[in-house]
Ligand binder design. Structure first.
Ligand code: ADP
Ligand code: MG
Length: 431
């Protein structure tokens, strides 16, 4: 589902009121009856029908017939619209730019505020490709009769924002969290490549240590990332252009350079003395290549019953990646038992997140769901797409899925679409 920013601009005040009414109605109804929409919106049914027509045409709502009655449900587009509208109203964002990422459970966009400062908007799309096995077994997916994808996606965004905030406040290298509404969050844009895209580093050992240190520091604060891999680590490169050029030299290029630089003076091939010490110091501190951790919906406490399993999996991810990509193997790696055995903690971040308003029952529901997703992915690694939640309801969106999947990671440039002028509206004011 692609966020259509052009449509964000053109919507009548009536339509917006009705859209908000559909959202409100979905809290208790999977399918919101027209009469209820009219009641919540406080409009005559004639006006409501016209507005519903406008919204359906823009695919912000979808008309669905079931056995008992006709009704409407909010689409992803409608939910996106409402979140963007809230961000715009709070002056968090002003424009939506290019999509820079798309995963199975999220879409990532570059957005900007009125001062043209770029940020990242992450839209959670849990349940978009949920599978029947879960759907039939788990009653929480129909909790309160509301649409499961809205509920799960919103939980993921709330959780991610809560973790990002606590981590950022405690000086962990994560993007600065900026705002959150519904299934979306806004965070700092990290101008860096994912580790996945980096073919070589000057000193793999230093980066390896920095990453393992991060895993240990997290665990000492009561947390395990749970998906600590090359996609979720962005590597900020603080090297100068000259340093980069030297680091990237092939042996042939190095010989050529020495040849070129040869004059009456002896040629310095490697760094030495103070320069060398300074560089080593920066490597050690991680201030040469600085890893930034992202993607937190699956984080768990070190008190989780499967904590050791998740911890070891995170460590293993780094080890395997470094062995494959950089041919770097080390016998030194952290072990869960020795890290948490003494019970000494730097902070209790798991406790802090719990206190930040991310409810315990929500945590459980989401943890279970994420674990199911991970188990499914492990079992069917080749599977491109999961089964669409409910064929009848989501058929229109599953077609668009293909298109979007093929798009992959885009560029970070391009013209941004402006968001709607923000009007003062009754129901829209609710949040
Ligand atoms: P998912 O849950 O789909 O894996 P992620 O949060 O990992 O979502 O983001 C997917 C991709 O989007 C990342 O691999 C990264 O390339 C990009 N991305 C996400 N957040 C940021 C950010 N704050 N700054 C820059 N790029 C980001
Ligand atoms: Mg990710």
């Amino acid at each position: 589902m692609k966020l259509d920013a052009t449509d964000l601009r053109y919507i009548s005040a009536d339509a917006f009121r009705v859209l908000s009414a559909v959202e409100q109605g979905s809290k208790n109804h999977e399918l919101v009856p027209s009469a209820l929409i009219a009641q919540i919106a406080g409009s005559r049914s004639g006006g409501v029908n016209k507005a519903l027509g406008e919204l359906a045409k823009k695919k912000l709502v979808a008309k669905v017939q079931n056995a008992k009655y006709d009704g409407y449900r909010l689409t992803y587009g409608g939910y996106d619209f409402l979140a963007c509208r809230t961000f715009a109203k709070r002056d968090t964002i002003y424009s939506v730019g290019n999509q820079i990422g798309t995963g199975k459970e999220s879409d990532i966009y570059v957005v900007a505020n009125e001062d043209d400062e770029q940020m990242v908007m992450k839209i959670h799309r849990l349940g978009r490709m949920s599978f029947r096995a879960i759907k039939s077994k788990r009653d929480y997916l129909r909790k309160g009769q509301s649409a499961s994808w809205m509920y799960m996606s919103r939980l993921a965004a709330i959780k991610e924002f809560a973790f990002m905030k606590v981590l950022h406040d405690h000086g962990f290298p994560v993007p600065r969290p900026i705002d959150q509404s519904r299934h979306c969050l806004i965070m700092e844009l990290i101008d860096a490549f994912p580790l996945r895209q980096i073919s070589s580093v000057p000193s793999p050992g230093a980066l390896y240590s920095a990453l393992m240190d991060m895993i240990v520091r997290l665990a000492r604060s009561g947390l395990i990332h749970g998906d600590f891999n090359e996609f979720n680590l962005l590597i900020r490169d603080h090297r100068t252009e000259a340093e980069k050029a030297r680091d990237d030299e092939t042996p042939d290029e190095r010989d050529e350079r020495i040849e070129r630089e040869k004059g009456d003076f002896p040629v310095k091939v490697e760094l030495e003395g103070e320069e060398y010490e300074e560089r080593k110091r920066r490597e050690r501190e991680g201030s040469l290549l600085e890893p930034v951790l992202i993607d937190f919906p699956q984080m768990v406490s070190t008190d989780h019953p499967d904590a050791e399993y998740y911890f070891n999996r995170d460590v293993e991810c780094v080890r395997i990646f470094f062995a494959r990509r950089f041919k770097y193997e080390s016998s030194v790696y952290p072990k869960f038992t020795s890290v948490v055995r003494d019970g000494v903690r730097e902070f209790d971040l798991d406790v802090e997140v719990a206190a930040s308003g991310f409810k315990k029952e929500d945590r459980k529901v989401l943890e279970e769901y994420m674990a199911e997703l991970a188990a499914h992915d492990e079992k069917y690694p080749e599977e491109e797409e999961r089964e669409v939640a409910s064929d009848e309801e989501y058929s229109d969106e599953s077609e668009e899925e293909d298109e979007e999947e093929a798009q992959g990671v885009g560029e970070r440039t391009g013209e941004a679409e402006r968001l709607p002028e923000v009007e003062t509206l009754r129901i829209g004011d609710a949040e």
